[in-house]
Design a protein around this ligand. Structure first.
Ligand SMILES: [Zn+2]
Length: 245
């Protein structure tokens, strides 16, 4: 590819993956619209994530997983030019958290990778999952697989790591672009959602604990955001990596 413009577009496409859309007219599209409407109406996020009466849990979860993927993918896309092999040779969240990649193909063993490389694999992997009809069926009446929530847990805990990395390593950029409130709202929504349905272990959520939810945090006030403080910054001297796969 010699045309520099084309090359740029190509790279952009890789970062800004096409949004997975809900087909208009389907039940899931209606559910998606309903979830969006309650958000737009300014409903308390803690309430907005609750399963509406009469709806199926799996449908509700599926709609949110796709939506979070789209939003988090965009957030990472906006800072990705500053997340390079040089700036982030390790996929980490401060000195305390390091994430290693593992999959069923090339990386059978947990492998330390640079953040951009890890993000690429992570987004690709999630994209494959949510586009797999056997896991995320789009046609009404097609049942979800038995291990649906298990797959969802893995998707969400991997998406969570994007937040960890972005918050801890690229927050200045987010603030510089004036996207702080947007990112905070997205994370808050994500956090309440996974808490509501117990989709990520509390231990896994430790790097980004909201104010007041952690005994060490409750007495402090935040400069980073009014909602959370990356937990790792509380222990600058202590270096212990938690390898999560
Ligand atoms: Zn980075």
């Amino acid at each position: 590819m010699s045309n520099p413009f084309l090359k740029q577009v190509f790279n952009k496409d890789k970062t800004f993956r096409p949004k997975r859309k809900f087909e208009p007219g389907t039940q899931r599209f209606e559910l998606h619209k309903r979830a969006q409407a309650s958000l737009n109406a300014g409903l308390d996020l803690k309430l907005a994530v609750q399963l509406p009466t009469g709806e199926e849990l799996n449908d509700w979860v599926a709609v949110h997983v796709v939506d979070f993927f789209n939003r988090i993918n965009l957030i990472y896309g906006t800072i990705s030019d500053g997340c390079t092999e040089q700036s982030c040779p390790i996929m980490s969240g401060g000195p305390k958290y390091e994430y290693r990649w593992q999959d069923e193909h090339k990386f059978r063993k947990p492998t330390a990778l640079s953040a951009p490389r890890y993000m690429d694999l992570l987004m690709d992997w999630i994209e494959v999952q949510i586009n797999n009809e056997d896991i995320f069926p789009t046609s009404v009446g097609t049942p979800f697989p038995k291990n649906f929530l298990q797959v969802v847990r893995k998707i969400l805990s991997r998406l969570f790591r994007v937040f960890v990395h972005v918050y801890i390593h690229h927050f200045d950029r987010i603030a510089q672009m004036g996207s702080e409130a947007h990112v905070n709202t997205c994370y808050k929504h994500f956090y309440y959602f996974v808490k509501e349905f117990g989709l990520i272990d509390t231990k896994e959520l430790e790097p980004l604990v909201p104010w007041g939810s952690h005994p060490h945090c409750s007495a402090q006030s935040g400069s980073r955001s009014s909602f959370l403080q990356p937990h790792s910054t509380h222990y600058p001297g202590r270096r212990s990596c938690l390898h999560r796969h």
